[in-house]
Design a protein around this ligand. Structure first.
Ligand code: AHR
Length: 649
């Protein structure tokens, strides 16, 4: 820290906004932050910091969705994925069939046949890399079953640990020739992280099974078709103002054949029509649109669904629904709005009500397409827009900017979107950390009054695409620019959100998990502390920077705001450099400060520092209480840090 005592005030102007200031009669702190409470900047959009939830990296199946059985319905393209068949081929047979299906969406099931009294057979499922069971906790087993060939026996359902020791079991009997669902609760007698589910058949004849399912009782909110509690909790702590779902590229599909169709994802999980998704694995849709809406409600987040615009992923080689066949896709969007908002006696509203939610979900935003562009997209978007506006003029429509975030293609996308009259323009950027620093002022010069901006996906991709402190600092600096321009940038979200270690298609990601643990990355904590300390209005401020201090590089990035409810002045400061940065903070106007406050600091010594399962909070916020502050006061921002100062008034 550089300190000097001088009696004179010296201001040197170097370049356009670089000023050296030496203050009178006190310690010299050459960087000054002047906040003017008499001025008002942008109103900060209440939706500014949200989340983007896509089933990539096994976010849903094998992750958030608490189903423990992998390939419960034998619909995976490799039918036996997840299953081990243990039987004597001389006396028994276990095979996937589709002759007398459970329903038209769930056509495959497994048939187990024994023709000898002494025969024995077992089906084993290892879940997603071993099931996790906890001593004394309950697990809900359910199955659809029917029997053939005068089956006279029963099923035994067993939880086994990695050594094959039985940790809990239940018996299911009374099977009939018709498909029926059976369920039972099994209490685990011990803890194991490598457990398996075993279904044994005893008796002669044949048994057909489908939707073989096991859930912990202890899910998020205790729901039966529920979500993994710890993974939702970490999202809840981020306090997302909205959730954009279900993608991403999976909305588009590799081709229109596996595009995401929301109607396939609602109702009884047994009738949901799963899909081999674009990220290369089968999606059960157990976490479907109803569940997404519920989750939004639980977290107080605005739901922001995205529907396919009649175009499959353009990056992978697009398929276009001909314009004269687009009706079905447009109708899907209209029906989605009715599903979310319609009265419980409307056709689609009744389906929502039947699932347990007669009240509307109060949908306000809808995205048409993801990363789409070009005249084919705009032509289709206009059809959607026209039909939706006719029936639901209150719904704000989001148009994609394509994959270009700058340059002529981006400009063309903006112009097109503007001429179509879309409400919100969705831009995505995955760029090196330096790009985010260089673009802190990006939105200062955007046209106002045309469309709102939704920075729907962004992430700093540095060396090794790791979620380290370097990436987090760059994102935080960029976010100061989003907040300062929140009259225009009304929504933003990091992408992607989750990564299941070992099952990943994309890094970096905000939250990492395995079957037992979860941790937030430094970038996660940036999102969390920005969202938890958002404020209501930007207060214009001036950061007067000493160039010596910066060694020619800018180190500090800042946005200042005010929170009406608490009366706090909120300073968000990013120090990109490894050096401490002393700043003299002065506040003009208003009724001064109380002298008390709080500093929330995210920092570490090394830009390469990351969190891990072993050290989940290596880079995590710490809170320091402040007192005795008298204006102006000096505050030293740590090297490599994001600091949020909340000054009480
Ligand atoms: O976030 C990962 C992917 O990046 C999204 O699915 C897509 O929209 C973007 O290309």
């Amino acid at each position: 820290m550089k300190k000097t005592t001088l009696i004179i005030l010296l201001i040197l102007l170097i370049g356009s906004n670089t000023i050296v200031i030496v203050s009178a009669g006190e310690e010299i702190v050459s960087t000054v932050l002047n906040i003017d409470l008499d001025k008002k900047g942008a109103l900060i959009s209440p939706l500014l910091y949200g989340a983007f939830l896509e089933d990539i990296n096994h976010t849903a199946d094998g992750g958030l969705y608490a189903e423990m059985v992998r390939n419960r319905s034998f619909e995976f393209l490799r039918r036996y994925t997840g299953w081990q068949r243990v039987y004597d081929r001389n006396t028994a047979k276990i095979e996937v069939e589709d002759k007398l299906s459970l329903n038209e969406n769930n056509t495959h099931y497994i048939k187990l046949s024994i023709d000898d009294e002494a025969g024995e057979l077992e089906l084993r499922n290892y879940g997603y890399g071993g099931m996790v069971i906890e001593k004394d906790k309950g697990y809900r087993f359910s199955v659809y079953a029917r029997c053939e060939d005068s089956f006279d026996g029963f099923l035994r359902v067993i939880l086994e640990n990695e050594e094959g020791k039985r940790c809990g079991e239940a018996k299911i009997e009374g099977l009939t020739a018709e498909w029926q669902q059976y369920s039972t609760i099994i209490k685990a007698g011990e803890t194991s992280t490598e457990a398996r589910l075993v279904v044994m058949v005893a008796g002669t004849g044949s048994v057909c099974l489908d939707m073989i399912s096991l859930f912990p009782i202890d899910t998020w909110k205790g729901r039966e078709n529920g979500l993994r509690k710890d993974l939702v909790e970490v999202l809840a702590e981020m306090k997302p103002a909205f959730i954009r779902f279900p993608g991403g590229c999976i909305v588009e599909g590799n081709s229109l054949v596996n595009a995401y169709r929301w109607k396939d994802t609602i109702g009884d999980p047994a009738v949901r029509k799963g899909n081999p998704n674009l990220w290369g694995y089968y999606q059960s849709y157990g976490l479907g649109f109803y569940d997404y809406f519920l989750l939004c409600g639980d977290l107080g987040a605005e739901p922001v669904p995205i529907v396919n615009a009649g175009i499959s992923c353009q990056v992978r080689g697009p398929q276009f629904v001909p314009l004269d066949e687009l009706d079905e896709w447009v109708q899907d969007a209209l029906d989605l709005i009715e599903y979310a908002n319609g009265p419980a006696d409307s056709f689609w509203g009744a389906k929502r009500a039947a699932s347990g939610h007669p009240e509307p979900f109060n949908l306000k935003y809808l995205g048409i397409g993801n990363e789409n562009w070009g005249r084919e997209y705009y032509a289709r978007f206009e059809v959607f827009q026209q039909e939706i506006r006719k029936k639901y003029p209150e719904i704000k429509l989001i148009i994609g900017a394509g994959v270009a975030y700058e340059g002529p293609d981006h400009r063309a996308a903006w112009n097109q979107a503007e001429s179509i009259g879309a409400d919100i323009f969705d831009e995505h950027m995955y760029c090196p950390p330096q790009w985010f620093y260089d673009n802190v002022e990006r939105y200062d010069s955007y046209d106002r009054g045309k469309m709102d901006i939704f920075v729907g996906e962004y992430a700093a991709h540095g060396e090794g695409n790791s979620n380290n402190l370097e990436a987090a600092l760059a994102e935080a600096a960029f976010m100061t620019g989003l907040e300062r321009n929140s009259d225009l940038v009304t929504m933003s979200a990091y992408a992607p959100l989750y990564n299941k270690v070992g099952s990943s298609q994309w890094t970096p990601d905000l939250i990492w998990f395995n079957n037992t643990d979860v941790y937030g990355t430094p970038g996660y904590y940036v999102q969390q502390i920005f969202s938890q300390n958002q404020g209501d209005i930007v207060i214009p401020s001036e950061l007067l920077i000493n160039s010596d201090n910066q060694e020619g590089n800018r180190a500090l990035y800042c946005v200042t705001g005010y929170d009406y409810q608490s009366g706090d002045i909120i300073i968000k400061m990013v120090n990109k450099s490894g050096e401490e940065q002393p700043v003299k903070i002065d506040i003009r106007g208003g009724a001064g400060i109380s002298g008390r406050g709080r500093a929330i600091i995210l920092s570490s010594d090394n830009l390469r520092d990351e969190n891990s399962f072993a050290h989940p909070r290596k880079v995590a916020p710490v809170i320091e209480e402040l007192s005795g502050l008298v204006l102006p006061f000096n505050y030293v921002f740590k090297g490599y840090s994001v600091t949020i100062l909340r000054l009480n008034r």
